[in-house]
Design a protein around this ligand. Structure first.
Ligand code: GLY
Length: 295
């Protein structure tokens, strides 16, 4: 039997435009990890990452769901994806509007014939599913939009491994803020969210670069081919460092090893395991490699 493990991130750029201090963000992430860990033990990896990401979407501090950044036309368009190793089905929603939990839309899409929907089609699907209309725009994000404050990062995500050996990953984002209306983020692509039998990955950072690198899928496929997770991440980030790219990731393998790492100057992000948190990918990775208890 496998020891369950769980890691979440509050996004590169979690500190962009926020007055929240590091300890507050860490406390929120801890609460999410604790709640999702109970789900992990009771209902498995897939349910746990959905739960973790939904809680992060509900927290206006993070750039996903409620509190998502606004695109250049002042509209919040949300994207999320979900995959688990038991059936290998990737499902995602791109630029959906007026929902509270885009990860729930992605989950519903996993049961449909077509697993990825965008924009109007995604909106119609959410309504047809009976998901209640919800305005995710907060006064803080409106202020940022009026002041034309743009970021270039922001996303939340979770990766979990359950006792049955199933790995799952989910990611959700409001994009970068003030982007061209309709811009597609990495989060609801296999570059931003991917898992298979040997590893799962959730990315955060500059979506265009993450997609150009096919980052999450690149790491996971290396693990499927027999490479250790730490080596797969190191090689993939080394390749990315040949470009002037900036992104980070959380990853978990089938034995419960956790890696959190980054390339380039990624603004502070937060990764949490049960009882542990960090303010940087490098620190998260150090904690993970130290081999403390996993959530
Ligand atoms: N990774 C978030 C985005 O670029 O939209």
């Amino acid at each position: 039997m496998t020891t369950p493990a769980l890691i979440v991130h509050g996004g590169a750029g979690a500190m962009e435009h926020t007055e929240a201090c590091a300890a507050e963000i860490a406390a929120r992430l801890h609460a999410v990890v604790d709640a999702a860990h109970a789900t992990l033990v009771g209902a498995g990896a897939r349910a746990a990452v959905i739960h973790a990401v939904a809680l992060l979407e509900d927290d206006p501090l993070f750039n996903a769901g409620t509190g998502a950044k606004l695109q250049a036309d002042g509209v919040a368009r949300l994207s999320a994806a979900l995959i688990d190793s038991s059936d290998g089905v990737f499902s995602g929603v791109i630029n959906v509007e007026r929902v509270s939990n885009p990860v729930a839309v992605a989950e519903r899409l996993s049961r449909e014939r077509h697993h990825v929907l965008a924009a109007d089609g995604a909106n119609a699907f959410a309504r047809a599913q009976g998901l209640p209309e919800h305005d995710p725009v907060t006064p803080q994000r409106q202020r940022e939009w009026r002041e034309a404050r743009r970021g270039d990062t922001g996303t939340v995500g979770a990766v979990a491994l359950d006792a049955g050996g199933v790995l799952a990953a989910a990611t959700s984002t409001g994009g970068v803020g003030h982007e061209h209306p309709g811009r597609v983020s990495d989060s609801a692509t296999v570059a931003g969210t991917y898992a298979a039998r040997q590893a799962g990955v959730s990315m955060t950072g500059i979506g265009e670069q993450i997609v150009s690198h096919a980052a999450a899928a690149r790491i996971v496929v290396r693990c499927e081919d027999g490479m250790a997770l730490a080596d797969a991440v190191a090689r993939s980030l080394d390749e990315a460092s040949r470009h002037d790219w900036r992104f980070g990731l959380i990853a978990l393998d089938a034995r419960g090893a956790i890696v959190a790492d980054q390339v380039g100057d990624v603004q502070t992000m937060f990764a949490a395991r049960r009882g542990e948190w960090s303010t940087s990918f490098a620190e998260a990775s150090r904690v993970a490699h130290a081999g403390g208890p996993t959530a």
